[in-house]
Each structure stands twice: as C-alpha cells, then as structure tokens.
Ligand binder design. Structure first.
Ligand code: HDE
Length: 680
C-alpha cells in the first residue's frame, strides 16, 4: 500500500480515524475483553442459547444492520484519494481560494460509477459513468459531481424520476439489470425527444470505457465563476485524462462483465498500488455573461455542449489519484457528494436540471446515511473548522459545549457569527431575476437535434459503425415494435441514413423522411483524435515449456521500460521452465484469465509447446484479433501465427529480432486498436 502521499490535510485528518486491529486483543464494543468468540452461551452443550448472551447479541445485531440503502442512481462505484494542483491562476474569473496561486495543492476524493446498475452489477454496462470529485479546500468542501458525458438526457429535474424509472429494471419483473436495452427506456427516449443528443453519446464508445483512467469528466451544467469585483463568467468544467480517452468494443465489454465484473475497479486499484497514478488535467470553458446570447444554443440548456473549437478549453490544473481507500464502506460508500457544496467564487446558474439537483442530493443522503449528521463522517468532513447552531440528530459525534445554540444571542457574544463576504463569507451572486411563475420549457431549449447531428458528424467511420451497432443491439432487444419504430423515426432527425440502416437491423420500416442539414463537426469529440500511449497497458505473454529464456527476458525488460504491464499466462499457474533450465512463474492459466482482460497479446510459446497449448493460445489470440487488439509474436509463437489466417493483418507483429520487436509491438500497443482489420 502506497502511503507516502498522505502528507496532506485530509490524510492527516483521516489518520485520526484509522484503526489497525491486527495484533490486538479482542473486545466487545464496550471495551470488555472477549474470551470466547466461536460459541454462543447455551444452557448445556446441546441446550438453547440464552438471552443474556450480550456478546452474541452485539455481534449479530451489528451484522443485521451492516447495509445501508444503495444509491438510487450511481450505486456501483469505486473511489480513490489524490490531490489537485493548480497550473494557472483563475483570479481574473473567480475568487475561489484553491484556484488562485499556481502550484497550490488541494486534497481530493474521487468516486467513479455506473448509473443504472445495482451495487453488485457488472462494470462494463453500456452506461454513463459518474465522475464525482470532492475538493477539500481551505474554504470548505467543493464538490464537482460530474459525468463522463458532457450533456444530459433531460432538461428539467422534474423528469429525473421518470428517466430513472424508465432505465432501471422494469417493475413487473425486475429485468434487466444494468442495461438500457429494454422497452421502457426506449419508450421514454421516443416520448422525450430532448434525450436525442445524450442518447447519441450513450450509444457511442464513450459508454463502454476501457478504464476509469481513460475517460473524460464533465461538470455538464453551466456554472458561474465570480471574481473579487463581483463580475461573473459562465463556466463549464472538464477533466481530461493524460492517458487519452479509450474504450472497449461491445462484444468484449459483455464478456468482461462475466469474466471479471470488477474490471474497472481492479484497474484503478492496481494502477494506484503500482504507482501508475491516474492523472486528469482540469479545464474550463469561459463565456462572459454579456456574450451568453451570441451562441445558437442556450448556455443554460444541459443538453448542449460548447464546442471546444468555438470556446477553447483552458487547462488550469491537474489531479493525481495516488492513494486507495483503506475501507470501501467507510469511505467510498459513505461519501456524500452534492453539487450544492460550493465555495466563494463558484455559483449556480438557472439551468433547471442543476436547480433540482440542489434539492435532491441532501435529501438522498438523509435516507442513505440515516440522518442529518453525515457531514461528520470522516470522509465527508471539511478540513477547515466548521461552527454553527445545528445540533443533535442520529449519530451526532461532536460535543458542542456551552449553553447557546441559537442566533442572535448575547450570552455567547452573538457567536458563532456570520462572516462578511470580504472576509470569506459566501454570498450568492446577485443575479436579477424577474418573471411569471410558469411550468414550461423555454423556447430556447426546444432544438433537440442540431447538436445530436454535430456529434454524429464528428465521429470517425468506425465510431459511426459502433453507434449503429449499439442502436441495433439495444433496439433489437425491445419487444414493442411500435417503440422500435418511434425510435428510428426520431433518430432520422439526426441522420436519415443511420436511422434507415438501424431500421433494417431491427425489423421496422426504414424512415423515409427526416435528415438534418447540420454540416458542422467538432474534431475534439472523436476518440480517434485522442492521446495514444503504451504506458500502463496490460499485455498477456503466452508461454509454454522450453521458451527461449534470453529473448523473453530481453523483451520483458524492453516492454516494461515502456511502462507496459506484463502478465505470464500458461497452461497452468506456477513454474514454466525455459530452454536454458531457469524458470518463470506463470501469473495465470488459460483457465483463470481471458484475452478480453488484456490490451494486447504477446505469444512466445516454447520448444515443447504441445497441442493443448497451441489450441488455447490460438483461441486467446483469435479473440484478441476479433476485438482489434495488437498481437505480437516471437520465437515459437511466430510459428503459431504464421500458420493462421491472421498473419500479415494490421496490428499483427511477427518479429524475430527482439529489439525491433520491442519497438514495433509497443507502438502497436499504444495504437490501442486496429480498426482497419476485417473481422467476421
Ligand atoms: Fe445525480 N444523483 N442527479 N447527476 N449524480 C445522485 O445522489 C440527481 C445528474 C451524479 O459517486 C444521487 O448521493 C437528480 C447529472 C453522480 O456518490 C441523487 C438529477 C449529473 C452521482 C442524484 C441528477 C449527475 C450522482 C444518488 C437530475 C452529471 C454519484 C446518490 C436533476 C452532472 C455521486 C447520491 C457519488 C448521484 C440526483 C442528474 C451526476 C439521487 C435529481 C446531470 C456522479 O441525489
């Protein structure tokens, strides 16, 4: 466990709560030493258990109460600690203290999640990912509770319960788990057409990420930065992964869910344990309030992006995740995020989705964490002092001393006292608001398709193919023909040809009208234009008896130097002997792992490779090939591939000279996938 990064204020605070039970004497929760922990107190060895067995009662009662309600959305999540470092001062735009001085470090806690599935669901569901960050600033906690997709399904919080009811398992039979491929979700989509843009993202590769470390994060809503002079800018927040944005393919994702439903959390956990700390740069898009009306969309509409080519993302800092949690329940499960946790200099806008969230998040913690004192849980405590007159309630820890718990007072000299804005007291931005009380959608929120087409236009050919495949899969599972028809008719407004092709695949009439005259595209949206690196990728080395020791060790060193993570896979776990008599330890066998769990395969084989090895290795390779993954071979491994149909195909590297192999294969690993392969 890497503990060396705990010299920050949050870690110092958490240290006070950390308890190491190993090597200690056992006691009850009352501190009474326990002499027997295997057998309950009975009236005779074969007699009934006695009510007075307080130790049994304490143990069992605690156990009976060990679960809390899972989050209604984002139940399946995983988190890590880290720090945020500012590169560039945001002083001209915001007075937020943690964004003033370059080099300033702020402790953070980040929880990644899927949205629809239950707490135990597979992590490779086709779904949006949550990306929630708590900054423990000196002015209080600031929570940026975002997603890996920059827009949302709906425009008004009023519809959130409907959206979630539609995507969750259907109420009459509780099916399907963690999936949007069912009637109610698509019925909701077709009847709430503001979903169009978000659904395009959800059907894209963004919804099946390779890793939490390889996703972007977005604040989604437009927020406000307010500077010392009280001047405001609209701001959108971005996280950009230093490893680029990468995804799995759908067939692979479904198989990973079976082979390792913990794939994403294990990837995050292990990367941090290995010292490969995930890094995300922090970016802001800024629009002066007076310029807000110069765009062809409403800046308050959460179904719209601000194309990066029109409003550049200014990179202002970096977050590094460098410490795993000590206890998943105490930290990851009990952390309570809230978009309303802000600091001076950061404020809300009238985005009606954001406004509703400001209510929902406290409300949900009250049921989930059992009362109003969840801010006292170690993970939720601010690192700065906090004082007010709120008292009592379930699970209160603080012993507020003294006679007074109200304001105004004279007995305590009118303290705790409010703080003037000039001294750090939060003051809401004094926006002038005027209007009739109405329940309505703004006219400026009514264009649902322009940006959905912008997204489509920005995709590479293979990304477009994946979107069509995703629609065909999802709608192919919808029972109601009427719903299937309505959905393709709706998406004809995004791209007619796309909708027609999907219609052909799902047994409904191809729409004859629709289409879009939007020709604009935004290259920043395509994953083909992302950063590509071999660093931290995992490669399976398939190895058998009498492998060429010298070559393999040279290759291993060379690939490790490039930051590639290697695991030996053999017919069985344990020792495999080389041609020179020394041996390596296979980390896994063909039984315990599968090609879907790796980024690439390197086949080494061995002089004594038998038919069993050859068959299993080729199955492994063929599946990696079908998922467009890099495949490399040296030594006897080359013979296997040479005799197969994939020889000479893109991303298949056979190279006897090890130094050349290292260069060529690591380049292939960095490329991520070879889409120009024919895959049947
Ligand atoms: Fe959330 N959302 N949400 N959401 N959300 C929750 O809060 C809600 C929305 C997001 O890792 C809940 O503590 C409403 C957008 C994340 O703990 C709940 C609306 C975005 C997480 C809730 C939205 C998000 C949540 C459930 C529409 C991206 C997980 C448990 C108005 C900007 C945080 C909880 C974590 C969690 C309500 C829409 C992100 C019920 C009413 C848009 C990352 O309060």
């Amino acid at each position: 466990m890497s503990k060396k990064h705990n010299e920050n204020r949050k870690q110092e605070q958490l240290d006070k709560f950390r308890v190491d039970d190993s090597g200690k004497e056992m006691s009850t929760n009352q501190g009474l030493k326990v002499s027997e922990d295997e057998f309950s107190l009975k009236a005779g060895e074969r007699g009934p258990t006695l009510m007075e067995d307080f130790q049994f009662r304490e143990k069992m009662t605690h156990f009976d109460h060990e679960r809390i309600p899972e989050r209604i959305v984002h139940a399946r999540g995983y988190a890590a600690h880290g720090e945020f470092e500012l590169y560039e001062s945001m002083k001209p735009y915001t007075k937020a203290d943690f964004l003033q001085e370059p080099g300033r470090k702020t402790p953070v806690f980040v929880r990644f999640s899927t949205v629809a599935g239950s707490k135990g669901s597979g992590e490779l569901a086709r779904d949006v990912r949550g990306f929630a960050t708590k900054f423990y600033t000196e002015e209080g906690n600031y929570d940026l509770v975002g997603n890996n997709i920059p827009v949302f399904f709906i425009q008004d919080a009023m519809k959130f319960p409907d959206l979630i009811h539609a995507v969750k398992p259907e109420p009459h039979n509780g099916i399907p788990q963690a999936a949007s491929a069912h009637d109610t979700f698509w019925d909701f989509v077709a009847n709430n057409q503001e979903t169009a843009h978000m659904v395009m993202w959800q059907m894209s590769d963004r919804a099946i990420p390779r890793s939490f470390r390889m996703m972007e994060g977005f604040g989604v809503h437009t927020f406000r930065f307010v500077n010392e002079e009280g001047k405001a800018h609209f701001v959108k927040f971005h996280w950009k992964p230093k490893l680029g944005v990468h995804s799995t393919v759908w067939d692979e994702a479904q198989k990973i869910n079976g082979k390792n439903p913990d794939f994403h959390r294990a990837d995050l956990y292990e990367s941090i344990e290995n010292g490969d700390y995930p890094e995300f740069e922090f970016g802001v898009q800024l629009i002066a309030e007076e310029d807000a009306h110069t765009f062809d969309f409403d800046v308050l509409d959460p179904t719209k992006i601000w194309p990066e080519e029109d409003v550049p993302v200014k990179i202002i800092g970096k977050m590094t995740l460098n410490r795993n949690v000590d206890n998943v329940f105490a930290e990851t499960e009990q952390v309570a995020f809230h978009p309303g946790h802000v600091v001076p200099g950061i404020d809300f806008t009238n985005d009606p989705l954001l406004q509703g969230r400001l209510f929902s998040y406290t409300d949900t913690q009250l049921i989930r964490l059992g009362g109003p004192n969840f801010h006292e849980l170690p993970i939720n405590r601010p690192v700065c002092p906090f004082h007010n007159n709120q008292r009592d309630g379930y699970g209160r820890h603080t012993l507020n001393t003294g006679q007074v718990s109200y304001h105004n007072n004279s007995l305590a000299n009118n303290t705790p006292k409010p703080v003037a804005p000039a001294n750090g007291g939060y003051q809401h931005y004094q926006e002038k608001v005027e209007g009739r009380k109405v329940q309505a959608r703004s006219e400026s929120f009514k264009d649902h398709f322009t940006q959905a087409t912008l997204f489509w236009n920005s995709m590479s050919d293979i990304e477009k193919q994946h979107i069509k495949d995703a629609f065909s899969f999802e709608l192919g599972k919808v029972g109601s023909e009427a719903v299937r028809q309505q959905v393709v008719d709706m998406f004809a407004n995004v791209n007619l040809k796309m909708a027609q092709e999907v219609a052909e695949n799902i047994g409904v009439a191809p729409p004859q009208s629709g289409g879009s005259d939007v020709t604009k595209s935004s290259p920043a949206l395509s994953q083909e234009n992302t950063i590509k690196k071999a660093k931290t990728r995992t490669v399976a080395i398939l190895v058998d008896e009498k492998f060429h020791s010298e070559d393999v060790m040279l290759a291993v060193r060379g690939l490790q130097d490039k930051g590639i993570h290697l695991e030996f896979v053999g017919k069985k776990r344990g020792e495999i002997t080389s041609n020179s008599g020394n041996s390596i330890n296979a980390d896994h066998s063909f039984l315990t792992v599968d090609s879907v769990l790796y980024d690439a395969v390197y086949v080494v084989g061995g002089e004594d490779q038998d038919l069993d090895f050859q068959q299993k290795a080729m199955d492994f390779v063929k599946e990696a090939y079908a998922h467009y993954k890099p495949i490399g071979a040296t030594n006897q491994g080359m013979r296997l591939i040479e005799n197969s149909a994939i020889v000479n195909k893109p991303g298949v590297i056979l190279e006897a000279a090890i130094n050349r192999f290292i260069v060529r294969f690591s380049q292939a690993v960095a490329a991520h996938r070879f889409w120009d392969r024919e895959v049947s």
